[in-house]
Design a protein. Structure first.
Length: 511
């Protein structure tokens, strides 16, 4: 890219791909950053290029035609020079920079070498998706206990099954494709434990009827489970895992309507791997420090507040997909397109989608968002899930903080996960509360959605990469269209030679 960027898109999953393709079609110069080695995000995760023929995974994906069309659209614009695609770039911060934004990333495509990168543009669109939400239970820290998303990532990324005899538990439709994918590869899925009951959907028939593709997809998964003789147990949960060096057994119990185990129903099942998932938590690490307003989501998570065009409350900042509430890939694609249409309109681009197209797009988003709300209401967290925990159950695995310590902190006056962190160190470890934060909030807070703590560094970054920000040596790559330190090589091979200003930058832009 030789011209200054008009838009930075962070995240190359369904929402980010659709947003980038729409913005490029409207004539904008776009920088697209993603930490993965290929386009698609977690939803369209694939094995490495050299292994794709040996590890077929197409049956694990939905919407591959849409994915391929988006990739082709981006490839055409990359050839023209209007798309600057930065894969294996881990974004760790985004800040206001004058009238626009500066996005800080670490380039890891030559790992273990890391290179600091700063990209600037007047508008920023964050499409960072979500990650598995976990509820702790005795034994969840044993080797072999994974999230259901982790199990699927192993399947999609390498055709790897985590075990030969697997139990799945939690709530939500995501359990079904993971079970079907494992069973199709010869894994014995001994049980799928769904904490909710299918009858809950009868209270929300409208969204289900208006989204026939969703229930057809669910019926396909159900048929696959029947074909592979995988038992699906409603109102059931994995309440404990046992083992030595790794998990060997799970304890399964039937649940009362409030989620507490029914006395006398507990049984043990032998396994060599476990997958557990309680929905997803939006990835808001880049958005919270920028100061955009949040709102309560139906599923107990705080989500970004946006207008009908996916604009946040921060001028020039847009978001789409799971950051606005978990709703699936089809919704994320449409929200990405809608957000990019707003960018085009706000940029006064010459090619803005027609009003009639936007009406259709907004209608689809509203319909799919209604289904997402119904799904969250039909698959809530069991209110009494904490009754599964003993005081010795580890909740924060990084700092080894137990449920008993968190209960004591609440008794001492802590009323949210931030105060628990101050009193117990829960959330101070390597994951910075991403794994335990929602659970600590549920154990502590009397009301309100889980709002993640502000993290100024969104992903681990080396001190060496941070040092590069203060002093860029000659030959270090910089971003096209931005002022660069003297002696720095531009992305097209030019070297800035102008005298520096008071802030150490030159008045000349790289080209």
């Amino acid at each position: 890219m030789t011209d200054p960027a008009d838009l930075i898109v962070v995240g190359a999953g369904p929402a980010g791909l659709a947003a980038a393709a729409t913005a490029l079609a409207g004539g904008l110069q776009v920088v697209l950053l993603d930490s993965g080695t290929a386009l698609g995000g977690q939803y369209w995760r694939h094995p490495p290029e050299h292994a794709r023929e040996a590890v077929p995974t197409d049956d694990l994906h939905h919407g591959l035609d849409r994915y391929r069309a988006l990739c082709q659209a981006l490839a055409a614009h990359r050839t023209s020079g209007r798309l600057d695609l930065r894969l294996e770039h881990h974004v760790w911060s985004a800040v206001r920079d004058g009238d626009g934004f500066a996005v800080h990333a670490v380039d890891r495509h030559e790992a273990p070498r890391e290179t600091a990168v700063v990209v600037r543009a007047p508008r920023l669109l964050v499409a960072t998706g979500a990650y598995d939400r976990q509820l702790p239970f005795p034994g969840w820290d044993l080797p072999g206990v994974l999230t259901v998303g982790g199990l699927q990532a192993l399947l999609k990324g390498g055709g790897v099954a985590a075990g030969s005899r697997v139990a799945l538990g939690g709530t939500g439709p995501f359990l079904l494709p993971v079970a079907a994918g494992l069973a199709a590869r010869g894994v014995e899925v001994v049980e799928v434990c769904e904490a909710a009951h299918p009858r809950a959907w009868l209270r929300h028939p409208g969204p289900l009827l208006r989204n026939p593709g969703k229930w057809a997809e669910g019926a396909g998964y159900a048929a696959a489970l029947v074909r592979h003789r995988v038992p699906l147990r409603p109102r059931t949960a994995i309440v404990a895992a046992e083992g030595g060096e790794r998990v060997t057994t799970v304890r399964i119990a039937s649940l009362a309507p409030d989620g507490s185990p029914r006395p006398g129903t507990e049984r043990r099942v032998e396994v060599d791997a476990v997958g557990v998932g309680w929905g997803f938590a939006p990835q808001l690490d880049l958005l919270v420090p920028l100061g955009c307003a949040l709102t309560d989501g139906v599923d107990g998570n705080a989500v970004v507040a946006v207008d009908e065009g996916m604009r946040t409350t921060v001028p020039g900042l847009y978001t789409a997909g799971e950051t606005c509430g978990v709703g699936g890939a089809a919704l994320a694609v449409n929200e990405g397109r809608l957000a990019a249409a707003s960018v085009l309109a706000d940029s006064r681009a010459t090619r803005v989608p027609a009003d009639k197209h936007l009406v259709v797009l907004r209608s689809a988003v509203a319909r799919q968002r209604a289904f997402a709300r119904a799904m969250a209401l039909a698959h809530p967290l069991p209110p009494a899930w904490s009754s599964w925990l003993t005081d010795e159950t580890v909740v924060c695995r990084c700092e080894e903080v137990t449920a008993g310590a968190i209960r004591s902190a609440r008794a001492d006056g802590a009323h949210d996960h931030r105060q628990v962190k101050q009193l117990t160190r829960a959330g101070m470890g390597w994951c910075q509360g991403r794994m335990c934060g929602p659970a600590v909030h549920c154990l502590t807070a009397r009301r309100g959605s889980y709002e993640p703590a502000e993290r100024l560094v969104a992903t681990p970054v080396t001190l060496g990469a941070l040092a590069d920000l203060d002093e860029a040596p000659a030959g270090t790559a910089c971003t096209a269209g931005t002022a660069c330190p003297v002696g720095t090589t531009g992305t097209t091979g030019t070297v800035c030679t102008q005298a520096p200003t008071d802030n150490g930058e030159t008045d000349k832009e790289c080209s």
